[in-house]
Every structure is written in structure tokens, then in C-alpha cells.
Design a protein around this ligand. Structure first.
Ligand code: ADP
Ligand code: MG
Length: 699
């Protein structure tokens, strides 16, 4: 049936738009969508909103789901309240009427021999003209019981029985581009490209993995012949997408590695580690050694340092920077917040106290005069290390001899920002630090352009944080608990999701702070920290807290990243249901950094199973890798990593979580291809290269 329709459309197409295009110019993947019959400029603009510009991109706009019209059930057996498809004759011409509130109503009844069924349509004036008495149709919809107990099908989709596709695609729609219209355009595109869809995968891979051709896969992903063909199409497209992803990342890595970065001849880390007030963990020593050995090789280091909160990444970074500086090069360390910049600056200054290494802080709020002084010091080489926010990637900052760039808590930075720092020097080495522990296999894919060092050991003497979940009814008891700890000389956090009052019923930080200050904690020194404060104020509050002038800090989530305060041992998190699993783990990581027992109390009245599951996981686990695994399972990698910020192209069909087998297979193939043909110059890789560029062009 479809073939007949395709043929008609083909005829139509050659008869009409065929003439608009230059002679013999068939469609190709790059043909603009506005040349598709019925699209034009307005619709093309709407397609553009979906990120679709060309025929090729439209064909890669896979259906969101399918309606299975091939599975016809007899009316007698049709289930209640579930989508199903029935094939029946219209018994009588549809009758129009009005409901009490004047909605147009159209009724008819149909039969398939097993039973009779009433069909009811609302607000559709075309029903009477499109449903013909005595004709057979497929109806797709739900059977429901009305008030009188009569079973009927409400506003089903329908199509003449002889003309209905078997498995029909449903597309994500947008504005006036409904699924039907998109389907029509896809059909046109497929017909226009018939026999002309270039294969992307090398022939031997298709053969080895028994994959359908791209043309067959695209036809079947949109208009499946049957379930087996649909499965095969999916398998191929998933494999292909994961292959492109990994090839793209491998190429980036190769690009980086071939750069000529400063050679770090001598390893000075030993003498630095001796200066530390603690004994480094074995993991810290290993991670430092991995980085130094990269930089010795005379190739460019691109390394990820992944370690749970509190695992001591700062000391690792400090040791690596020490070696780089002692070899005569400068370092830049980029962090996402001013508070964190200030903290790192203080930590590093202390660590390098007797070493002669000069560290300077540079953020958006550094006074202009000071900024000028620091920039000069960077150009003439008097400043060895600069720590700051994105202010350090601004164009007027330059270095005399930049050797290493470190980004901390990088999930907050995009690939582009990282790259901007990279061009500051003569291709400096790169170290990316992340507190989001991720499973190793996934890390290798997601950070395919980076080598990975895992800081998988906690400093000795840490006592795991005890975590509890309570309802708001327990607040007074928790306040008493906090006071008990403050009286013993400890400090505590209260975390709220918002700064200001809102209608949402959430606890806003400012009001909450005032309330605590004027009531329960009248006799205590209490401070407030939130993102809308000036950075000078923020800094003052933070230093008061770390020097012990403040005992209780009410804060929004600005506190999340990187803050290190070993004396704080209680954290109360209000509206805990508002935070994600990894986020809660990060927050909790602010305490439990000393040798005494710490407590994290999640306050929430939430009832949703999702929130309760998250609380349960946190109360039972302190290992960041285990929590990350659970978070991945619950949310999927898109939300987990925040794909877009992260700089990974969005997957159209593959899932980094559930398609792990294909991920590994495709990874193996990607490595083989890159090994044989690093630049993908060979003819059979030509189309792969085009597709990689297409995939990565979006980021
Ligand atoms: P993160 O990995 O979260 O960035 P930090 O670098 O802030 O962790 O370190 C957390 C705390 O642990 C700091 O107070 C730091 O001084 C301390 N620390 C780091 N390494 C060790 C170690 N090997 N032994 C004891 N304490 C350490
Ligand atoms: Mg840190």
C-alpha cells in the first residue's frame, strides 16, 4: 500500500517541485527543507526551531514513538482504557449534535462482526464528510465507559482500512508542525532520496555486525515494515550514532595530543608533597604521577581528575602546578564561583608559603587597578599562578609562558570555555577536575577526549557523615541539636533553595536567616550567604565563617561547590526534595571533612516516591561513585551531566545508559578506525567524517 502512495507522491514531486529545482538535481541530504513540497519559508522557519534545516536532518528526526496499527483487535476483545486498533465498518452515517455547552458532537456506530461499538467525536466538523457509511476503516484510540455504563471510543484517529500504515510514526511536534505534517515531509524526503542515500558505515562493518544499510534503516525507522525491521533499523542507527560520537571524541583527543606543549623536564612533586601538613593518600600520589608523566612525554596532557567531594583534589592540583612552575612555566586555574576562587587562592597561598611561588586571584570583581597589576605580572612572568573565575579567559589577559590550565568543578564549564583558556598559551597542558564521580566505562566515553585519573581513596581518618531525613515537624529538635554542637565549638550550615520569598511555599534564605537570628539563634553568631550578594560581601561572610567568627551559616546553594571547612559538622537542608541526588551529595560533602562525626539532616515533607527514593539512597550511601550510579539510573545521563553545558552532542536515538553494549562495540570499532586512518581521509570514511562534523556542529 505504502508503495502505491510513495509512487503517487514521487510522480507529484517530479511533476511540481521537480521543476523548481535545477534539472537533474535530485534531493540530497543538504537540500533545504523549504524545497519540500508544502513547506515553504514559514514552515521552514518552524522546522528550524526544531533544529531541522535540511532534508538530511529531517530524516534524522526520528519518531518519538509509534502507534501500532498492525495489531488489530476484535471489538469484542478490545481492552478498556488502553490504546488499541480496531478494523470495522461504519454502520450508519455520522450524526451531528451539540452538547449542553454547545460543543459540536458527532456520533456513529461501527461493527467488525464481533460486536458493535459507538464512536464519539468532539469538535470536529469534518467527521461526517470523512466517515462514509458502509466503508471499512481502522480506528486507533481508547475504549472508555461513559456515565451510563456504555462502552464507546472517544475521538479515535482513523484511516481507510485499505490505506492505513501498519506501524505509524508519531513525531515530537512543535507549533503548527504537527506529527502528521512532519510524517508527510519525511515521506516526501525519503521518496525524493530513493536509491540515493549514501552509506556512512564502511562495508566490512555493516557485514560484520549484520546491520541494515542506512537507506533501509531510515525507511524503517520512520515507516517500519514490521517490528523486526524496526528493531534492526534502531540497532543500526544506535550503533552508528555511538560510533560517530566516539570517533568525534577520539579525533579531538588526537588533535590535542599532537599539539606541541611545554615539556616538563623535572619532577618536583616529591619536595612539594613533603611540605603538606598531611600525608598524601596513595591515590593522590598516583594521580600526580600520571599527570607529570603525561607532561614529560613532550605531548600535550588532556586529563580528567575525577574524585569524590573531599578526596583532596586541590592538593593534587597544587602538586602538579608546583612542578610546572618549578620548570619555569605559569599555571591558570579556573573555578566557577568567586567564593571558590577566594578559597583556592587562600589555600594555595598557604601551601606555597615558603616556596617563592606567587599566586594571584583574578575575578570579575577584582578592582580595576588591582586587575591591571595582576595582568602586568602575568605578562612579565612575576606571577606564576592565577586563580580565578571566567575573568581569566577574557581577551585582555595574556601570559608570558603559560604551561598548564586547570579547570575545577568543570561540569560547570563548557568545552568552549575550556578551549578558550587553551589558546592563551602555546597549547598548554590541560587538567580538568570533577567532583562528579562517574563509572569508569562511561567516563571513558563521555570524556573520550580526555585521559582519566581516578582519585578513588579518601584521606584517612574521615568519619562517614550520618544522614537522616525528617519532616518539618522536627525542626525545633534539629535547632536544639545544632546548638548543642555549636556550644561544643563546632559550626553548622542551613541550606535553603531560594534567596527570596516566592509563592511556591519554599523556605527563602533571607527570611529564614532573619527568623533564626531573631528567635532560636538569638545568642549565636549567624551569617547569611546567597548568590545575589556582592562578591565582597560573600567573601567577608565566608572568611568570617572559616575563621570561626560565625557559627551558623544560612546559605543557598552557592555553597555547593568546593568549599572546604573542616570544623563544620552539621548541615540542615531545607526543602531537600528540590535538590537532585548528586547535588545533595555535593552539598553534604561540605561537612565530614574533619575527624569527628558529622550529621546531615534532610528536611522535607515531600511524599513523592522519587524524592523518598533519593533520600533513602543518601541516608544509606556515602560513596560518591555508588550515588552517581544510582543517579544515572534514575535520571539518565542527559540530566546527570547536563549534556549541553557539558559539550557532548545530544544523542538522537542512542542512550549512553541503556545502550551500553552497543557503546562498547562501537567504541572498539572507533578505535580501530582511528588507528588505521587517524584523519579519516580514506574514501570509505568520507561519509563518516561528514556525519561526525554534522553531529558535533551543534555544540
Ligand atoms: P575536593 O576533592 O573536594 O576538592 P579538597 O581538595 O577541598 O577536596 O580537600 C578536602 C580536605 O581534605 C581539605 O581540608 C584538605 O586539606 C584535606 N586533605 C586533602 N588531602 C588530604 C590527605 N591526604 N590527608 C588528610 N587530609 C587531606
Ligand atoms: Mg574541590
Amino acid at each position: 500500500m505504502r508503495r502505491r502512495r510513495t509512487a503517487c507522491i514521487l510522480l507529484y514531486y517530479f511533476g511540481t517541485i521537480g521543476r523548481r529545482l535545477p534539472k537533474k538535481a535530485m534531493f540530497n541530504f543538504d537540500t533545504r527543507l523549504q524545497y519540500l513540497k508544502g513547506v515553504g519559508e514559514t514552515r521552514a522557519k518552524q522546522f528550524a526551531k526544531l533544529g531541522l534545516y535540511s532534508v538530511g536532518s529531517l530524516l534524522r528526526y526520528y519518531p518519538l514513538r509509534y502507534e501500532d496499527w498492525s495489531l488489530v483487535v476484535p471489538i469484542y476483545d478490545a481492552p478498556l482504557n488502553e490504546m488499541c486498533c480496531i478494523k470495522a465498518n461504519v454502520l450508519s452515517a455520522p450524526v451531528e449534535g451539540r452538547t449542553k455547552n454547545n460543543t459540536l458532537l458527532c456520533k456513529t456506530s461501527v461493527s467488525d462482526g464481533s460486536d458493535i461499538l459507538n464512536m464519539v467525536f468532539f469538535n470536529n466538523k469534518y467527521i461526517s464528510s470523512s466517515l462514509k457509511e458502509g466503508q471499512e476503516y481502522l480506528f486507533f484510540g481508547k475504549l472508555t465507559k461513559n456515565r451510563h455504563g456504555v462502552v464507546e471510543m472517544l475521538s479515535p484517529a482513523f484511516a481507510p482500512a485499505r490505506d492505513a500504515e501498519k506501524i505509524r510514526p508519531i513525531y515530537r511536534q512543535s507549533g503548527t508542525l504537527n506529527s502528521k505534517f512532519i510524517e508527510r515531509c519525511v515521506l516526501l524526503a525519503l521518496s525524493g532520496l530513493k536509491g540515493n542515500i549514501p552509506e556512512t558505515l564502511p562495508y566490512d562493518i555493516i557485514k560484520k555486525y549484520r546491520l541494515p544499510s542506512l537507506e533501509a534503516a531510515l525507511n524503517n525507522i520512520h515507516f517500519p515494515q514490521d517490528h523486526a525491521a524496526l528493531d534492526a533499523a534502531k540497532r543500526r542507527l544506535v550503533f552508528e550514532e555511538l560510533l560517530l560520537l566516539q570517533l568525534g571524541l577520539l579525533r579531538m583527543k588526537n588533535d590535542n595530543m599532537s599539539l606541541d606543549s611545554p615539556s616538563i623536564q623535572n619532577d618536583f612533586t616529591g619536595e612539594f608533597l613533603d611540605l603538606l601538613p598531611f600525608k598524601p593518600t596513595r591515590a593522590q600520589i598516583r594521580c600526580v604521577a600520571e599527570a607529570v608523566s603525561d607532561m614529560k612525554k613532550g605531548r600535550s596532557m588532556s586529563r580528567l581528575l575525577s574524585g569524590d567531594v573531599g578526596s583532596g583534589k586541590t592538593a593534587v592540583a597544587a602538586a602538579i602546578m608546583y612542578s610546572v612552575c618549578k620548570n619555569g612555566f605559569q599555571c591558570a586555574m579556573m573555578v566557577p564561583t568567586e567564593v571558590l576562587a577566594a578559597q583556592h587562592f587562600a589555600t594555595l597561598t598557604k601551601m606555597y608559603d615558603t616556596t617563592g611561588i606567587c599566586v594571584e586571584p583574578l575575578t570579575g570583581s577584582t578592582p580595576a587597578k588591582e586587575k591591571r597589576r595582576i595582568k602586568d605580572a602575568l605578562i612579565n612572568g612575576n606571577c606564576h599562578i592565577v586563580v580565578g573565575t571566567h575573568a581569566i579567559i577574557q581577551s585582555d589577559v595574556s601570559f608570558s609562558n603559560l604551561g598548564l590550565v586547570i579547570t575545577d568543578e568543570q561540569h560547570r564549564f563548557g568545552v568552549a570555555q575550556r578551549a578558550a583558556l587553551g589558546v592563551k598559551g602555546k597549547s598548554p597542558h590541560m587538567l580538568v577536575m570533577s567532583a562528579t564521580p562517574i563509572p569508569r566505562t562511561l567516563a571513558m566515553v563521555v570524556y573520550g577526549d580526555l585521559d582519566v585519573s581516578l582519585l578513588d581513596e579518601m584521606p584517612v581518618g574521615r568519619v562517614p557523615v550520618k544522614t537522616y531525613q525528617v519532616t518539618t515537624a522536627y525542626r525545633n529538635r534539629i535547632y536544639a541539636f545544632i546548638k548543642k554542637h555549636i556550644d561544643k565549638g563546632r559550626q553548622a550550615f542551613v541550606i535553603c533553595p531560594l534567596v527570596e520569598e516566592s509563592k511556591s511555599g519554599l523556605v527563602p534564605a533571607v527570611q529564614y536567616f532573619e527568623f533564626l537570628r531573631d528567635t532560636h539563634f538569638k545568642k549565636y553568631k549567624i551569617g547569611l550567604l546567597h548568590g545575589q550578594m556582592k562578591s565582597g560581601e560573600k567573601y567577608a561572610v565566608m572568611s568570617d565563617f572559616s575563621s570561626g567568627k560565625i557559627s551558623l551559616l544560612v546559605s543557598t546553594i552557592v555553597i555547593e561547590v568546593g568549599i572546604d571547612l573542616p570544623n563544620a559538622n552539621v548541615m540542615l537542608i531545607e526543602n531537600a526534595e528540590r535538590f537532585g541526588l548528586s547535588q545533595l551529595h555535593q552539598l553534604r560533602g561540605r561537612i565530614g571533612r574533619g575527624s569527628e562525626q558529622s550529621f546531615c539532616i534532610l528536611v522535607s515533607d515531600a511524599q513523592s516516591s522519587d524524592a523518598l527514593e533519593r533520600f533513602d539512597i543518601l541516608c544509606k550511601n556515602t560513596d560518591g561513585f555508588a550515588i552517581a550510579d544510582k543517579d544515572l539510573q534514575m535520571r539518565g545521563p542527559g540530566d546527570f551531566f547536563g549534556n549541553r553545558q557539558h559539550g557532548l552532542p545530544e544523542m538522537q536515538i542512542a542512550s549512553l545508559m541503556t545502550d551500553s553494549k552497543a557503546l562498547l562495540e562501537a567504541g572498539k570499532v572507533a578505535k580501530e578506525i582511528i588507528k588505521a586512518d587517524p584523519l579519516l581521509k580514506e574514501n570509505e570514511h568520507k561519509n563518516l567524517l561528514l556525519e561526525i562534523e554534522r553531529l558535533f556542529s551543534a555544540i
